[in-house]
Design a protein around this ligand. Sequence first.
Ligand code: CAA
Length: 240
Amino acid sequence: MSKVALVTGGTRGIGRAISERLSRDGYKVAANYAGNDDAAQKCAAEIGVDVFKFDVGDYDACAEGIAAITEKLGPVDVLVNNAGITRDAMLHKMTREMWDDVIRVDLTSAFNLCHAVIESMRERNFGRIINISSINGQKGQMGQVNYSAAKAGLIGFTKALAQETARKGITVNTVCPGYVDTDMVAAVPEKVLNGIIAGIPMGRLGKAEEIAGCVAFLASDDAAFMTGSTLTANGAQYIT
Ligand code: CAA
């Protein structure tokens, strides 16, 4: 029987590529999204996945979202915590709201969703949790104390939960993409972005499909002994 995969922020950018890849690999995919109905309908029509609208930063909405997915597709076997936002500014110009929004959507969301699926995964002795962090959680990025903190937080979250769940057949891993050709990266001021690309030894941005390939591997049986790890895909921009 097909496994069920939930991809948060799964209708655009890297998330959409992950939804598409997992669907092609035979998973029943639930692609979550927060607000862009047009992109979600386009994604559903083009790649044939079910879309579910809820705010990953809202604890109760996540519990309700997981219940709706379970009812329609079955219990979640693979959870990809991909949804993320940026609210970039130097710390001295960052508002409290910019801090809170990013921590809520990029970090607290992982708690909300893991909490909603973990009992079921424990009962079934199987689960794959894949947290999408960022190069900027590894190295820190000027203009992103909020995002860097949230993405670094996901790495610690992964390492702790991996130890808790190791004996229950549940693996928990992080993928750290570098700068990938998405709307989020396109929003970086052109002059800054050109400087960033010049600093990538491969000389180009990543492709969303290249990150989806990492996720597909971590979700597969080939990665059964891999847990608590951080998989880095950044064109050698930052080597840990
Ligand atoms: N790398 C190198 N230099 C940077 C930089 C970066 N990422 N971001 C800003 N700077 C530099 C600017 O070039 C500028 O230098 P000069 O004074 O020499 O021109 C200086 O910092 C100040 O920048 P601004 O004039 O733009 O200052 P601002 O207060 O108007 O804006 C900012 C600051 C909001 C941080 C803006 O520069 C910005 O958006 N920078 C991009 C930050 C960034 O890299 N975000 C990543 C988004 S993509 C992502 O997050 C996905 C992922 O996981 C990788």
